[in-house]
Structures are given as C-alpha cells and as structure tokens.
Design a protein around this ligand. Sequence first.
Ligand code: PLP
Length: 286
Amino acid sequence: MSRITYVNGRYVPSREACVSVEDRGYQFADGVYEVCEVFGGALIDEDRHLERLRRSLAELKIEEPVSKAALRTILREIRARNRLRNGYLYIQATRGVAHRDHPFPDPPTRASLVVAAKSIPPEKGEAAARAGVKVTSAPDLRWKRVDIKSIALLPNVLARQAAKEKGAYEAWLIDDDGLVSEGAASNAWIVDARGVVVTRQLGHSILPGITRTTLIELIAAEGLTFEERKFSLDEALAAREAFITGATTLVMPVVDIDGKPIGDGRPGPVALKLRGLFHDFAAHSN
Ligand code: PLP
C-alpha cells in the first residue's frame, strides 16, 4: 500500500495513518469511496471519479470534506509522494467523528478524508487478461441503492470470498429475478448470441462504473453494436463472450462462469479488442 497517506489534512507515513475509533465510517460504514486508476503516471477519468464522489456524498448528505480543487491537489501530491506510475488512488470520505448515535451528528461534524495509493505491476493484469478469469454466481444480497459508492461492502466481500474459495476471480451478483446485476467489484458484460455487446442499464441496482461509461463511448466510436439491457445468468452462460470492467481490472475477459466455459473457453476477440481500445485511451490521458 502507500508509503505516504493523506489523513484529514496531513501527509503521514502509512503505518502511522489512523482515524478515530469514533469515526462514523468505522462504526456505521457511514461514508463513500472512489478508486481512481493511475496508468503510466496519468490519472484516468479523474473528472468522472470526482463527479461520482460528489454525487455519492450528496446522496448521503455528507458535506464535501475539501473543495474539488483541493482534492485534485491532494491526489497529485499522494501520487508524487508515492512515486505511483501504475495502480490506483483510493479516496475515502466519511461523515466524520462523533459519539456513537445513529442519527447524523448535530451540529454536523467535519467529514473525514483519507487518500492512499496502491501500486500494481501492469504485467499482472496483462497475464490475467491473456488467460481470462473465472466467475462464480452469488445471490445479490445488497441494499437497494448500490448506485451510491458506499463503503458498506459486506455482501460484496462475502461474495468475493466465496468466489475465491472456488478458484474464481469475481462473483456475479444475481438479483431476485435471476438477472445479473453486476460483479462484486466490477460491471458485468456479455457479447450475446447475435454478437451484440450488452451491459445492464443504469439505475439503483448497479454502480455507474466509470470504466463502463468510458467504454460505452469507445464502443460507439468504434461502431460496434451495443445494448444497455438486463441479461440472465442463463443468457450469459450461452453468450459468445463475457467480460468485466473496473478501474483496477480495466476490461477483463471472463472465460468460465460457475465452472462452465464461455464460448470456446478462451478470451474472446471483442473483449480483447475493447481492452486494447481502453489501453489506448488510457495511454493518451493527461
Ligand atoms: N460495480 C461495483 C460493485 C464496483 O465495486 C466497481 C468498482 O469498484 C465497479 C462496478 C466498477 O466501477 P469503476 O469502473 O468505476 O471502477
């Protein structure tokens, strides 16, 4: 993780970075976060991440801990102090420190802000993309506002742990109608039987992924056929291809769902093409 972490106005060695046990993030998961990819030293889709952070905070009525301009400066400072070239910046904002009581503190407390860096060698993702990853399905046990990027991730943690125990990389969360919501930490996509690229439409039941938004633009620019609609686990199992998107995985081919091969069981041409397009986009950022 980071050598240096930003905590509430200070840049501190990460092993000394700490927040109060009365922070509402610690006690109630009363906070939100962002994961902003850094690729070749460049912050990818920074504006979109900051806008989603603003929206998540607004939905939970948490004051912005610092101005957008100040946050941009902190991100750059953490990137520089950690000499981060490839990996991500983690931003977490909570409602702040107050004696434990469920309603919001009155008068309001100052929101807490933490920014950390994580370096990830790019070869790791490339090797995973060449092989493709496995997915397992799990019931979607989350609350009804997962469009807010809240730090309350227990159902996601449990689903990912169950996936890991089965040798899979990601869990696809299945809603009460048997439809795929999204991954536990990624958006879910298929290339359907007709060759159309499909991902679930936005709403309260999925996170509006930044990688998802940018990829939709790249798909349109490339002239590929694309639909935003729900799809079932059965349709995914019969799809030509499947893949996931997220700031840390980018576009990652899925080759196996619940032990059944997707397509010919190898990364599909569309997924690999889209991964390449996203890399080109990232390489030309900043
Ligand atoms: N869906 C969930 C539940 C996530 O946790 C994430 C990323 O962490 C995503 C989707 C992908 O979002 P993004 O592309 O902004 O990383």
